[in-house]
Design a protein around this ligand. Structure first.
Ligand SMILES: *[C@@H]1O[C@H](CO)[C@@H](O)[C@H](O)[C@H]1NC(C)=O
Ligand SMILES: *[C@@H]1O[C@H](CO)[C@@H](O)[C@H](O)[C@H]1NC(C)=O
Ligand SMILES: *[C@@H]1O[C@H](CO)[C@@H](O)[C@H](O)[C@H]1NC(C)=O
Ligand SMILES: *[C@@H]1O[C@H](CO)[C@@H](O)[C@H](O)[C@H]1NC(C)=O
Ligand SMILES: *[C@@H]1O[C@H](CO)[C@@H](O)[C@H](O)[C@H]1NC(C)=O
Length: 280
């Protein structure tokens, strides 16, 4: 009996948690579904996502902020591929490559990287080299060249960095290249991870309950028993809940499998009839 009551309590708790962390988007027209490990910083509590996965809404666009660069606009998120496609609002993908430092983020480039050197030249190189228009001006010409290239005197070396591709006029429009992937182990927020595990366990308990409680009469009987036992047995209940929570806490110490978190997330979506007792 105590177990049944405990399950009912878990159900109420799971409802409250999942509602505030349900998938969200920045605007009606947006097809970008924001869900764990991401969260919308302005609209969802911290426990809905992992640290480093905070997203924002700016002018109806979903954005992510990188201290080394600034805001990038999210074009799409694939939770299956763990892939984030980004657009540079300044339309200069090589400025992103040059400045974006992902070392203290959960992200890395999705594509295989190759080292290139960025050169800043006071005169143009031969016509076979194409300068990066968005980084160049009248008196300086920026090029992305192979690391083996020996630069002339009128050039200075800006940086050698691993990037997905060199400059090409056909790839400069941001439609390709700003793909990132993420690694949840790189996020240190173990509290959020623990939380998700406990919600999953609670949601799992609820599923079993809803199966047996499909019958309305049975649901009402369970509700009646629940109320009676609650009234008669409040002291005992609080004792047993405490004990079980301690056990649950111990279980949560184990590191949860990250794939399971994503896979099981579906289970957290609110059901059509989440609280059968309300139909009594
Ligand atoms: C989004 O669409 C729903 C109906 O599809 C509508 O009720 C709601 O007002 C819309 N929200 C905004 C911000 O336009
Ligand atoms: C975005 O969210 C709103 C409510 O928050 C919802 O009505 C709408 O269907 C969502 N849009 C998409 C494309 O998921
Ligand atoms: C954002 O979208 C809403 C409707 O979904 C629209 O009324 C509003 O003008 C948009 N804002 C911007 C800055 O585009
Ligand atoms: C990125 O930043 C870290 C420290 O914040 C630094 O050690 C590393 O060299 C930087 N990487 C690049 C490519 O600038
Ligand atoms: C290239 O050099 C010019 C002038 O020397 C400077 O203004 C510009 O910021 C430099 N660009 C890069 C990418 O280093």
């Amino acid at each position: 009996m105590d177990t049944l009551i405990f399950i009912l309590i878990l159900h109420v708790k799971a409802q409250a948690h999942t509602n505030s962390c349900s998938p969200i988007n920045c605007s009606n027209g947006s097809d970008i579904n924001i869900q764990f490990p991401f969260r919308l910083q302005e609209f969802q509590p911290q426990h809905c996502g992992l640290s480093g996965f905070d997203l924002h809404c700016k002018q109806n666009k979903t954005t992510v902020h990188f201290p080394s660069y600034g805001d990038l606009v999210i074009k799409s998120i694939s939770y299956d591929l763990k892939k984030l496609d980004l657009l540079d609002p300044k339309n200069c993908v090589h400025q992103v490559f040059l400045n974006l430092n992902l070392s203290h983020t959960p992200f890395s480039y999705y594509y295989i990287l190759k080292e290139y050197q960025y050169l800043n030249c006071s005169a143009q190189l031969s016509a076979s080299f194409l300068q990066v228009p968005c980084l160049s001006g009248f008196k300086h010409h920026v090029y992305v060249v192979e690391t083996s290239f020996v630069m002339p005197d009128f050039c200075s070396h800006v940086k050698t960095v691993g990037i997905p591709f060199s400059y090409s006029p056909f790839l400069s429009d941001n439609t390709f290249g700003l793909g990132l992937t993420w690694n949840m182990e790189k996020s240190q927020d173990s509290i959020a991870t623990k939380f998700t595990t406990s919600v999953q366990q609670e949601a799992g308990q609820f599923k079993k309950l809803s199966d047996i409680a499909n019958d309305k009469a049975l649901a009402c009987i369970i509700l009646f028993i629940f109320v009676v036992v609650m009234l008669l047995n409040i002291k005992k209940l609080s004792h047993s809940t405490k004990r079980m929570e301690v056990e649950k806490e111990k279980e949560n110490q184990k590191e949860p499998h990250t794939a399971a978190i994503l896979g099981d997330y579906e289970a957290l979506k609110p059901k059509d009839n989440p609280w059968p007792m309300s139909r009594c």
